[in-house]
Write a protein that binds this ligand. Structure first.
Ligand code: HEM
Ligand SMILES: *[C@@H]1O[C@H](CO)[C@@H](O)[C@H](O)[C@H]1NC(C)=O
Ligand SMILES: *[C@@H]1O[C@H](CO)[C@@H](O)[C@H](O)[C@H]1NC(C)=O
Ligand SMILES: *[C@@H]1O[C@H](CO)[C@@H](O)[C@H](O)[C@H]1NC(C)=O
Ligand SMILES: *[C@@H]1O[C@H](CO)[C@@H](O)[C@H](O)[C@H]1NC(C)=O
Ligand SMILES: *[C@@H]1O[C@H](CO)[C@@H](O)[C@H](O)[C@H]1NC(C)=O
Length: 328
């Protein structure tokens, strides 16, 4: 048996014994110092693993941030997004918003291996790894002012749902009321919608996703649209990438400036700014003018999103492998 296989087997045995013997305490609420006693070095280890991955490829920070969002919006922040398909359920990875689009699963595996090794026990959940990696990516790409304290203590789901992923994640063609309606359904308000969409200050999107907007939308700067039509043909070239704002490797407030100039790359981005003085327009203008206001509001909205239906107490489990539920 290879060393890693042995580690995995050991984890399954320990996890099974723990559920049988230990009477787990119930932590109904998440807390910032959840790992302080069981593995005080966990957060430092995760941050260096995220840092290493971003040094290798800057875009991965964006991909990790998006994974946490796609986890939380589908039956809560429970790492269901990380599960591979099984004979018993089709997972979320091939749902329409995720298929050929979500990335970073290998980096999550790397982080999980590093943190389990450092802790010498299997105590950090995959759902918490996603929340921490998202925060660290933001702070590494944006600097200290974008750092916020993450709440921890989530456990991992033993199920995933392809249908729920299709029904709960916003497609890029949604209009403003559809976007707000979906965010409201997840306990998030207009401010959360505008500030969390600011995540599109990093990363890229594919021609197949923004084609409709650059060929058919009217609420778009004509020069901006023409430039993008040069790289994204009417047919074919679906995976060709374009940056979501002018500084895709910096977590900053440039995204909001692009909206003001009708240069939002996704239809859904531009829906947040129409230039008619709506409440959404006002928030876009605030965050464009004041990066400190954006920084001050981004963390609290991420924490709100991170609080969507976490599994705590005896619910769920701490997975040995983020891609699989624990089964001896
Ligand atoms: C408001 C509704 C939203 C819609 C309609 C939306 C849609 C999308 C789409 C279609 C892509 C590109 C996918 C591709 O081309 O493969 C994307 C990328 C991205 N999204 Fe969103 N998104 C939304 C909100 C959010 C939120 C709330 C976050 C995080 C808090 C987020 C983080 C990201 C990031 C970081 C990327 C770039 C990923 C990368 O480069 O790998 N998005 N989004
Ligand atoms: C997901 O992508 C793969 C590879 O491109 C494709 O074969 C498959 O049909 C897609 N699945 C769904 C559900 O769209
Ligand atoms: C898992 O999800 C499927 C589909 O959503 C559902 O039919 C099944 O009952 C769930 N299983 C468990 C154990 O929750
Ligand atoms: C947004 O889309 C919904 C569903 O297609 C539609 O009923 C509604 O009229 C649209 N709202 C606006 C302002 O276009
Ligand atoms: C633009 O809209 C027209 C008319 O609705 C449609 O036939 C065409 O496929 C659309 N083009 C793109 C690139 O989406
Ligand atoms: C701004 O325009 C949108 C649709 O284009 C509309 O739903 C909204 O009511 C308008 N807001 C104001 C303040 O005029």
């Amino acid at each position: 048996m290879a060393a890693s296989h042995f580690q995995y087997f050991l984890c399954l045995v320990l996890v099974t014994l723990t559920t049988l013997i230990v009477i787990p305490t119930t932590h109904a609420k998440l807390s910032p110092n959840y790992y302080n006693k069981v593995c005080p070095q966990a957060l430092t280890i995760i941050r260096s693993a995220v840092k290493k991955a971003i040094t290798r490829e800057r875009r991965i920070g964006a991909s990790l941030l998006r994974l946490h969002f796609h986890d939380c919006f589908v039956n809560g922040c429970d790492a269901s997004v990380l599960l591979d398909d099984t004979p018993f359920f089709t997972g979320e990875k091939t749902a329409f918003p995720n298929n050929n689009s979500l990335r970073g699963f290998d980096v999550v595996d790397e982080i999980k291996a590093a943190v389990d090794k450092a802790c010498k026990r299997y105590v950090v959940s995959c759902a918490d790894i996603l929340a921490i990696a998202a925060r660290d990516s933001v702070a590494i790409l944006g600097g200290q002012k974008y750092w916020y304290q993450v709440l921890l203590g989530r456990r991992d789901a033993r199920n995933a749902s392809w249908d729920a992923a299709n029904n709960n994640l916003p497609p890029p063609f949604f209009n403003f009321s559809q976007l707000l309606g979906l965010f409201n359904a997840h306990g998030l308000n207009l401010k959360d919608l505008v500030v969390l969409s600011g995540a599109h200050t990093i990363g890229s999107t594919q021609c197949g996703v923004f084609r409709e907007r650059i060929y058919n939308d009217t609420n778009i700067d004509p020069t901006f649209a023409a430039t993008l039509r040069n790289i994204c043909p009417k047919t074919g070239g679906d995976p060709i990438l374009a940056p979501l704002d002018s500084t895709p490797n910096r977590f900053d407030n440039a995204y909001y400036t692009s909206l003001l100039f009708k240069e939002g790359l996704l239809h859904s981005d531009q829906e947040l700014f129409k230039g008619n003085g709506s409440d959404s327009d006002k928030l876009v203008q605030l965050y464009r003018k004041n990066s400190y206001a954006f920084a001050a509001d981004f963390g609290p909205s991420m924490i709100k999103m991170g609080n969507i239906k976490p599994l705590t107490g005896n619910n769920g489990e701490i997975r040995c492998n983020c891609r699989k539920i624990n089964n001896l």
